[in-house]
Each structure stands twice: as C-alpha cells, then as structure tokens.
Design a protein around this ligand. Structure first.
Ligand SMILES: [Zn+2]
Length: 464
C-alpha cells in the first residue's frame, strides 16, 4: 500500500489520502526553525517567555478544563499524566470532541490502514496504549505544517538545497509524515505492520536518501543488508518512535555505514533530535520542558512538557512516560538541552522492594540510599533502571538478546536467547539486585521470541 496510488483526490503527489497542509506554513516553519539558534539558556528562556504566556492565555480560553486556572504562570496549571489527560479529553481539546467518538472513528480507518480520519476539521490519530488505554491525538493542518517544517529543518542538515527521498516506516503515523512533500522532498510511508519482505521491496523501490524507522525494524533491515538481500544506501538514517539500545545502534551503523541519528517523537509532539555530534537535543523552541527529577546522582528526569504552538488539543504540563538522562553540554554549541539517553517509558523502570524491607513496593517507606547509579529509591520502592538491566544481561558473554518483564513486585519473567544462557543471565541479575539494594524477585523462565512484534520490542518492561 503506497501513499500516492489512492487517487481519492486530485492533489499533487505524494499523498492524496491525507488532508493536505498549507505549504507556505511548512516553508515558514522550516525557515523559522533553521534560523532559531540560541547561544545559551538565558537567550532561549527570553525567547520562550512571551510565547509561553501566549500559550497559557490561549489554554484558559480554548480548553474548558483550564477556564478556572488562576493567574500565576505555568506553576498555576496542574501537571497531567496520560490517564488524567484522557479522562478529561473532551475539556482538553478546542472542539469538544469526546474520546469515544475519536477512537471509534480512528479505529475504523486504522483497520483499513488509512489515516485520514477527520472530525470537525481536525485529524485524529491513535496513540499507542502503553498502559492499557488507547488515546487519540488531534491535529490541525496548521499544526502538521509547523511540525513538518520543523522536522525537515532539523533532520536534513543540508536543508532543502538537495533533492531528498524520505522513507518512513511507522505504525499509524501517516497523517503527520505524509502530508508534506514538495518538488524537493518526496515522502514515502511504509506500513510497519506489513511483512518484512514487503517493507524491503518498498524501500528498494524508493531508494531513499533518508530513512527513518523504529530501531527493531532498522535492526532487521541491517540483517538484510548484510546478507545482500536489500540494497539501499541512505545517507541519513534515523531511529524513531522507540527506545534505541546501543547494541542495536552499533549493528545498524555498521550495516548502513553511516552514523545513526535519533528522532524523539511522541504523540505529544516532536520532542528532540540528534545533532551532528550525535547528541540528542530537546526542541525547546516547540516545547517548554520542566524536569521532574527522579535520581539526583545522574539527574535522570521525567519531562513535563508544554507545547508553545498547538491550538487544537492541550499539551500543558503533560507528564511524559519517558525517563531522560541529561548529557553535559554538547560541542555543537546549541542552547537546547542535551540528553545522553532516553530510557523509555517510566513503566520500563523496575520497581522492587528494598532489601530487608518486609513489604512490597507501594506499601512501605523503602527509601534506602542510591546505589551506584543503577537504582533510585522512593516511597514506592527502589527503581532499577532499564539500562542497568540491559547492561547486566547483555554483559553475559553468551547472551545474544533477552526480554525481561516485571509481572509483580516480587516476580519477573526472563526470556534469554539462546536459552542455555539463562542461568548465567540470572546470575548477572542477582549481582544487579545486590548492587541496587533490592530484594531479589522470583525469576520465571520464558521462551525467547526471535522476531518480537513492534509492540514487544522493548527489552525491559514493567506490567503492574
Ligand atoms: Zn549538539
């Protein structure tokens, strides 16, 4: 299924399936994003301030949920997590759309792999349900244009001076990505849910100069390249939409022969992208990012984002599910915050009772000290971060891959490839539990799936 063959409108290529975005807005956003450079944080803050004030004024009038918020800047607004945000969905969008009507409409078309759902002039997309409940996101043509112009400005170092063929392999991300396209840039959306062989054929056909795909798929394409079953040579490759493990990055870079960039994109917006030095920078000209610090030693934080541009749906003090690790200042000189790693959903942090505590997380104080940067303690128990679990298990010489799922406060399920390495992996985890100062959970053994679905691509998950 390709973007330009639908024929349902007479619009120019590449995609008649998707509502078109105003091209002059794309160009304006592109030019603006390329021009915006901030030498330091103060300069950035001065630029953000009036735009933030305007966004908050707009929030009070456009979204009923905020009508009663007292004056007092950002701090006067409540922090919303996804669950609360979905509960008040109707009061948090400018058209009074209910979550149910959006989900019904979007699901119906997603089944047909069409992404042009529109309700009262807004496009509706489905967001991945990480914690069970699926959400919907609404965008206007103008918002998509700003988004597109900005991502082009940041993702193409040479800008629009040279002709690019961009291939994107994603789940229902269609409307945002596909709605751009000009004489200089062509977009091709490849469906993440198609079989690998069909995806490879589509990519071979496009011969992309720029490729963006989730890491699990890049890894599989890297295998095809090595085996000579795929011949493409994009000069820019981006990992998008999921957490990128260093081992996957190394394999992909080796196979493609180019450095792997990373786009940090979520339902809540285009949050960040790597610079030429490979450092992830947050797009603080699109968003104001507050930090909820969860570990003092490393500075790990959960970002709380406020969008400066959106007008169709509120993103005001939205608490993301990700955990970010700050980086020292980047040699590129950008004033945007530098991020060393995205550790993915905060659900991917294991939560275990402190060693010696009698009660499971959530029912006791359990605030032991921090342990060597692998864990952080809080009232809920001790957090063991996904990257320390990855380092421990993949540090075992025989382990090629693994999945670890925490099922309960005292129980995890571990699948190791190859299965013979299971005892060694368990031993490595035992050492980790000890370092982190937690009570060792029961480790159940499970079979490793050689090709997990995109949804199961995360190695470390917490499911309770
Ligand atoms: Zn940089």
């Amino acid at each position: 299924m390709t973007s330009a063959e639908d024929g349902s409108s007479t619009g120019a290529p590449p995609s008649p399936r998707v509502p078109r975005v105003p091209r002059h807005t794309v160009i304006a956003a592109y030019v603006g994003a390329r021009r915006r450079r901030f030498a330091d944080r103060q300069q950035l803050a001065r630029w953000q301030q009036p735009r933030l004030e305007r966004a908050l004024r707009r929030a009070r009038t456009a979204y009923p949920f905020y009508a009663q918020v007292p004056e007092g800047g950002l701090a006067a607004f409540p922090i919303l997590d996804k669950r609360t945000w979905l509960e008040h969905f109707q009061q948090l969008n400018a058209r009074g759309l209910t979550l149910d009507e959006c989900l019904t409409a979007a699901r119906m078309l997603e089944q047909q792999r069409r992404f042009d759902t529109r309700l009262r002039g807004l496009s509706v997309g489905l967001s991945t349900g990480t914690s069970g409940r699926q959400g919907a996101f609404l965008t206007s043509g103008r918002e998509r244009a700003v988004w597109a112009g900005t991502i082009l400005a940041r993702a193409l170092p040479d800008g629009l001076r040279r002709r690019e063929r961009v291939a994107l392999v994603l789940r229902a991300g269609g409307p945002l990505y596909e709605s751009v396209g000009s004489a200089l840039v062509s977009f091709r959306f490849v469906d993440l849910y198609e079989p690998l062989v069909a995806q490879a054929a589509a990519l071979q056909d496009v011969a992309p100069t720029v490729l963006a795909a989730p890491p699990v798929l890049l890894d599989r394409l890297a295998t095809l390249l090595r085996e000579g079953r795929l011949r493409i040579s994009p000069r820019l490759v981006y990992s998008v939409a999921d957490v990128l493990d260093p081992e996957v990055a190394a394999r992909v870079e080796a196979a493609f022969g180019v450095p792997l960039g990373q786009i940090y994109q979520a339902t809540e917006g285009f949050l960040g992208i790597t610079c030429r030095h490979g450092t992830m920078h947050l797009n603080e000209d699109l968003l104001v990012v507050e930090r909820e610090e969860i570990d003092t030693a490393s500075g790990r934080f959960v970002p709380i984002v406020t969008d400066l541009w959106r007008t169709s749906q509120a993103v005001v003090r939205f608490r993301m599910g990700d955990v970010l690790v700050p980086a020292p200042q980047c040699p590129c000189g950008s004033g945007y915050a530098a991020i060393a790693r995205i550790e993915g959903r905060s659900d991917d942090v294991l939560l275990l009772p402190a060693a010696g505590s009698g009660s499971p997380p959530g029912s006791g104080p359990g605030d032991g000290g921090l342990s060597g940067g692998v864990a952080g303690a809080s009232r809920e128990g001790v957090s063991v971060f996904a990257d320390s679990v990855r380092a421990a298990v993949l540090g075992v010489a025989d382990v090629a891959d693994f999945r670890l799922t925490q099922l309960a406060p005292d129980r995890v399920r571990l699948a190791v490839d190859p299965a013979q390495a299971h005892p060694a992996a368990v031993a490595a985890l035992d050492a980790l539990w000890q370092r982190a100062g937690v009570r060792p959970p029961i480790v159940e053994q499970a079979d490793h799936e050689p090709l997990p679905s995109a949804a199961k691509a995360r190695r470390v998950r917490r499911e309770f």
